[in-house]
Design a protein around this ligand. Structure first.
Ligand code: PGA
Length: 249
């Protein structure tokens, strides 16, 4: 049986100030040797300062351009993130897909860019509410997995985050049965494509309104290897509760 170390990943989105780095210092102090991996993805301007804290909380980007460098005003490459001290980058978050029209192919290109720079790619998928209501959640996510994950994915270079769009920032969470159904389905899809030996090493995060109060029950669900957390990652007190729950799972 494959043991996958749990991962608690935080996504600050477009929030925070440099003063908020005190939250990271608090986490580093509270969890000197956490039983799960911990990554926070702050706005890009904070990455260097966060990396300089050199604690157990690793630093990730929230997006990257597919190219290594060039005339792309306002964008950040995976290489620049790595140079600033990031070890991971989120690609294909639903807010990027919606706000910037990112397709599965765009996300696939960005995941390959992450690998090129030596970063862990956290590839996000998830259905919108109408798709779930219509009974199409599995097929939508299956298509996103097929299109967004490049050939060559392994547990070393890739994490998949299942984030139902209707659960993000809303306080709504799927039933534990629905989370299990989706994560088991994703494991089966990756097993078909990559073989069990590789598929079983790739961690699956659940994301969407994860809080300290529901983290433990979500971490106990089949094929849930951690969480991608938005709102509850901004405060050490909240995120610390989620790290503690992952450690106990
Ligand atoms: P939330 O966001 O935890 O605030 O729902 C999750 C995410 O978008 O990753």
């Amino acid at each position: 049986m494959t043991t996958r170390r749990k991962l608690a990943a935080g996504n600050w989105k477009m929030n925070g100030t440099q003063a908020a780095l005190a939250e990271i210092s608090a986490l580093n102090a509270a969890f000197p040797a956490p039983a799960c991996d911990v990554i926070i993805c702050p706005p890009a301007p904070f990455i260097s300062a966060m990396a300089a804290l050199k604690g157990v909380v690793k630093v990730g980007g929230q997006d990257c351009h597919a190219n290594a460098s060039g005339a792309h005003t306002g964008d950040v490459s995976a290489e620049i993130l790595a140079d600033a001290g990031a070890t991971a980058v989120i690609v294909g978050h639903s807010e990027r897909r919606a706000d910037h029209g990112e397709s599965d192919q765009t996300v696939n290109d960005k995941a390959q860019a992450a690998w090129r720079a030596g970063l862990l790619a956290i590839i996000c998928v998830g259905e919108v509410e109408d798709e779930r209501t219509a009974g199409n959640a599995l097929s939508i996510v299956g298509g996103q997995l097929a299109g967004s994950i490049p050939d060559g994915a392994t547990g070393e270079n890739t994490v998949i985050a299942y984030e139902p769009v209707w659960a993000i920032g809303t306080g709504l969470v799927p039933t534990l049965k629905d989370i299990a159904e989706m994560h088991d389905f994703m494991r089966a899809e990756l097993t078909t494509r990559f073989g069990a030996d590789v598929a079983n090493t790739i961690r699956f995060l659940y994301g969407g309104s994860v809080k300290p109060t529901n983290a433990a029950e979500i971490f106990a669900v089949s094929n849930v290897d951690g969480a991608l957390v938005g709102g509850a990652s901004l405060k050490a007190a909240d995120f610390g509760g989620i790290i503690a729950a992952a450690a106990n799972a």
